[in-house]
Structure formats: structure tokens, C-alpha cells
Design a protein around this ligand. Sequence first.
Ligand SMILES: Nc1ncnc2c1ncn2[C@@H]1O[C@H](COP(=O)(O)OP(=O)(O)OP(=O)(O)O)[C@@H](O)[C@H]1O
Ligand SMILES: [Mg+2]
Length: 426
Amino acid sequence: MRQNVEKGKTLLIDGPACITLSSGAMRVFGAQIKVGEHVIVRVGKRIPFEVMEDSQIEMLLGNSASCLLIDEDPIPQSWKEAVSTMLSSNKGTETIIVLGGVDSGKTSFCNYLANTALSLGRNVYLIDGDLGQSDVGPPGTVGLSIIKTPIVDPFNLKPDHVIFIGITSPYTAGKSIIEGLVDLKAKAIGMGSNFVIINTDGWVEGASAVEYKLHLIKMVKPDFIVAIQGNSELKPIIDSLSSLEAEVLIADVPKNIKKRDRETRKIIRESSYKKYLKDGKIHSYPLSWIAVDGNLELKGRNDQFLKKRLEEIVGNKIIYCENMRNQIILVLKSGSTLSDEENAKLNAEFKKPIRILREGDEKGLLVSLEDNKGRFLGIGTIYSVDYDRSVLKVYTNVNGPVSRVHVGRIRLDEKGNEVEVIVKSQ
Ligand SMILES: Nc1ncnc2c1ncn2[C@@H]1O[C@H](COP(=O)(O)OP(=O)(O)OP(=O)(O)O)[C@@H](O)[C@H]1O
Ligand SMILES: [Mg+2]
């Protein structure tokens, strides 16, 4: 469908859709769209196109897509002021943390800030600390991307560094996320950035969220904090900050923001897992060659002596066991269980905690694959553990040598759909 749009208007497109600029000039959060450029608006996303000159566009609207022409400027005045304050700061190197609730516009603000800073010649690095609705890197990770061209959709950004956390929400992973973000900030500055933007997750309400965000700020030491709020949802965080810590800039939630329900958020995450698992194959890694840790720890040393002792207590249900420094790993045949009496006997016999797994429990768990320097190579999902041969089989598109497989708590099915996120240890 071809359409003429008038200068000064804003075209709000809800995906799935593809917009091509045939003539004229349009901008998305400060990024200029080139004539002939196709912009994909993903499912669950809304992109506001600012019409800078009378333009002609070609629109392909998918199922459930929509299009609305409005008279408003999509960029709130408070966003323009905050961006201009940060860009006229004369510190030389700025680190900015963007805070806001779920669907407050954090990602869009980061894009607008990055695009504006880039147009003024700053060395912009974007760090993404949102595990669930991640923009840089797959879900369950924190990532860093060097911004070389204006961002229209951060989904297309190539991650330059990724740190795997392995879960989609920050509630139980605060410490690892903060360590990851501190590390990524140091990397960004070390690689020559003078404008580091850090996006965060939308968990801002309640005592634990406030504590987490305050700790994050303390450790990351930003120069500016952008607080995007509709009412005063960030007040408890802002009130606890001292003015010496960082300059706080308050920004509004844009009026035409598109809110997403849980299901849509899951669909968005799944499209990201699929992107990072694309063209995968099953790779086999002997357990003695790699370190396997995180939500599943295995060294590949099936302990026959220990197995005999265990079998005396629980009978012929054990397929694998390992005596680790701080725990015993006991893998039972699929479908077997232990009675209360057997559990009690085990606990009485052994001084260490016993982690009981069942053959197949590992299937579908999201993992990161790392090289011998601890660098993230990509993600994968566990296909199986061959306990007889001590081999881990992973579906991944990583091809080079792998030294470590870090196992997360997200389980995907074979198509890359999220089956569950395991909150507690199995
Ligand atoms: N000014 C605006 N006008 C129209 N749509 C907007 C505007 N700002 C943001 N949006 C759209 O609203 C949706 C939510 O915004 P955004 O993704 O920036 O929020 P967020 O706080 O990062 O959300 P999340 O909590 O999921 O990370 C997106 O589809 C975005 O493109
Ligand atoms: Mg976001």
C-alpha cells in the first residue's frame, strides 16, 4: 500500500509491518531513514516515524499490524532537555544509566540518546542490562554494542561483548548482573568510548527492586541517571541518591507508548533466541575437555566406588554420580524417584549436600559457550548428556573450540520457544 504523508506528522506503525521510504525524509528516534530503506516493525513493537518532509511510503502490514497518523512529536520535550543536558556536559566521558518501569520507553530513550550523541561525533557504546527484553545479545545476557550507525531497531545491533547470566529476570541474579555491567562499562571505556549508555530492566517498584537499583548505581558510578517515570514510581530510588553520586534527569513516559503483555514479551524473547540459535547443529563435547558449570555442574568423572555405596542405599536406579568438592551429583534413571527413607539414609551417610538429577532433566537448558579466555562465543541448548560416554551434546551455531559451557535456568524447546524459567535449583 502506497501512502503520502505530510511534513510535521508522525506515523505510528504497530508491527508486524515493513515500511519503505519511497521519497521524502523521515526519522525514527533521531535516526534518519534513507530513501529506499526498508524498516521492519517487529511483532509487539511500535515505531513512530517522524515525517521531516512531505514523503511517500510503501507499507506492508501483516496480521494484527496497524497504522495511525498523528499530529504529535513522538519525542517528549523532557527527553530533548535531558539529552541536551548530557551532551553539553563538559566532562569528556559520560556514563548514563537509564531507569524506568516496564514499558516506560527506556529502550527508545537509549536509541534517541545514542543517535543524537552519534550525530555529534561521540564514541557511543550501548550496554544492555535488561535480561528479559534485551536489545543487545540474546535474552538472559547482558551485552555491549559499539554504535557506529544510527539505531532504528536495536534488534539489529551486533553485540561486541556478551556476558551470560542465564535467567530472564533480575530478582535472583542482581549480583551477577551488576558485576557484568561494571565489567562491560570498563570494557567500553577501555576501548575508547566517551559516551556509555546503560539500559536497565523495568523492575523498579518495591524494596528489593529499589535496593538492587541503588546498588547498581553505586557500583557502576554513572555521571547521569535518566529516570523515566509516568507518576512517581522512581521516587524511592531518586530520594535515596545523594547529589554527589550522579545528576538525575527526570524524563516523561511518551504518551503513545505501546504496552506489551507477558505473552507478547515471551514472543519477542523467542524471536531473539531463534536469531542467536539460527543454523545450529548438534555438537558433542567430551566432559573431560570442557568445564560445565552454572545450573548443571559436571566434570565427567563417574565415580564407580561412590556409585556402589549409593546403590547399597537406593538400589539399581543410578546411572551416574560424581563426588565434587562441595556436593555429590547423583543422576537417577529417567522416571525414578527416591523414597523419604532413601533420602534420609543418603543424608545420614554423606556429609555433603546431594544434588539429585534425573536423566533428561538437562534437555533444552539454555547455555553459553565460551572460549579459553572466558569470552562468550554464542548460546546453545542442551540436547542431552551421554552419561555412559561422558559427553555433553549441545545444539548451537558455535563452531570453534569451546572451553566452558555455562548452564542457565531457561529451558527452550527444539524450536527455540521458551518452555520454562527455573527459579530454584533443581
Ligand atoms: N514516543 C513514542 N511514540 C510511539 N511509540 C513509542 C514511543 N516511545 C516508545 N514507543 C514504543 O513503545 C514500545 C515500548 O517502548 P520501549 O521498548 O522503548 O520501552 P521499554 O521501557 O524499553 O520497555 P521494556 O520494559 O519492554 O524494555 C516500543 O514498541 C516502542 O517502540
Ligand atoms: Mg526495553
